[in-house]
Design a protein around this ligand. Sequence first.
Ligand SMILES: C[S@@+](CC[C@H](N)C(=O)[O-])C[C@H]1O[C@@H](n2cnc3c(N)ncnc32)[C@H](O)[C@@H]1O
Length: 197
Amino acid sequence: MPAELIKDIFQRNGFNLTEEQIQRFDLYLRELKRWNKVHNLTSLEEDEQIIKRHFLDSLTLTLCIEEKGIDVKGKKVCDVGSGAGFPGVPLKIFYQDAINLTLIESVSKKCSFLEYLKVVLDIDYRVLCTRAEKVKEKFYVVVSRALGPLEETLPLLINLSEAYIMVMKGREPVEGFEYCYINLPDIKGNYILLYTL
Ligand SMILES: C[S@@+](CC[C@H](N)C(=O)[O-])C[C@H]1O[C@@H](n2cnc3c(N)ncnc32)[C@H](O)[C@@H]1O
């Protein structure tokens, strides 16, 4: 049962999700796998890998938000290069109405999935189906995962942000950035970079 697996994996990594959140992740998992057969949205196929490396990994941002004392309540949050929704959609499932979420994604089949997912999960966010360079709007927190080399993407992220930028970077800290070190049973030794404007 995916729902049980989702609950167990989150629990052993310190997240006690509500039944509603678990049901939404369960639906997300099913839809991602269904669309993936045709649209190739993620290379991960196994439930456990998707839960750990997409869902749980995305929610490690919440640990960093808490650690750094960033108040996201009522704030505009933007995920740049969201792909199949990571990390933005898990953040929305977690924070629900507390955040005002925008996803920016330039590939139209991924945008279609994100629009469809919003309806199926009954959550609210905006999808801007365009290149982030074209967006002339500011967000309180800008997040991204696997968008590209930091030297290329940082100027773009800075243009979109009015307060914080959080980059899920992977394996090492980068000079000049604050960071959160994430070390959970199922997410080992990841860094989230924090840039404050
Ligand atoms: C490697 S994928 C990562 C997707 C997701 N963030 C994740 O971690 O699973 C990068 C995504 O960013 C999108 N992308 C890259 N550059 C972009 C840009 N300048 N504006 C909007 N989307 C962009 C790509 O289309 C792709 O879906």
